[in-house]
Write a protein that binds this ligand. Sequence first.
Ligand code: ADP
Ligand code: MG
Length: 261
Amino acid sequence: MSTTPLLVVKNLSVTFGRQAPSTVVSGLGFEVMRGEAVAIVGESGSGKSVTALSIMGLLPEASANISSGEITFEGCDLLRLEPNQRRALRGLKIGMIFQEPTTSLNPVLTIGRQMTEALQQHLGINRHEADGRAIDMLDRVGIKSARQQLPRYPHEFSGGMRQRVMIAAAMMMQPRLLIADEPTTALDVTAQAQVMRLMRELVSESGASLLLITHDMGVVAENADRVVVMKRGVGVETAPAGSLFANPGCDYTRRLLAAVP
Ligand code: ADP
Ligand code: MG
């Protein structure tokens, strides 16, 4: 891990609603260094997903508003980019996986298509080569007979397998940052640990950074270098994972830790 920041979020505030806007993220700041795994934790509704969507440029435009802040990725201010530049960056350098595979995988596209489309479009890699890479990646995440799986649709896979496909698809472009929002919540406990380990491995191998959003402190303990604690839209504490667990800085964090089974 280096000490060069890859992602810097400064004083981020997000509101919802036009008439009487309510603030759901308020003055949030944190950094993710190159190669670092940072977790965002906090109880449900504390603004974790809204933060991820702000970085991805995926907030619902009709209702949400970034009322202040800067989001800098590789030195480039994301909030000042034109929408098409932002989309390109998202496709090329930032990958995201969600809790619900249906939001990360397109139900009407074969997995082969969605794994290779960006490679072909943005990197000009031909179909044959792109398919080859998709097969290698599916192999890597433990999908058997990978070549035969390319023409299949997401619904033909079990929940755990879909989550693996989703990770494979997100890693195809070798993103510099992977944002994972509750990536394993829908899985049983054993599959959760396996999928999480796999994701962590792929991210580390490629030297990428990970922004891991979870309410599971056990997952944080195993996977994060540093932790940002959010409470009702506010970052109440940021600390290295080890010291947060040994010595939580506030009662709220202590309560979150106490909820670990
Ligand atoms: P978390 O991911 O930490 O559980 P969220 O970031 O999803 O929380 O939500 C933070 C707050 O923003 C919540 O109060 C939620 O109700 C509100 N919120 C999220 N999405 C929307 C939306 N599309 N419209 C209105 N309010 C929203
Ligand atoms: Mg959420």
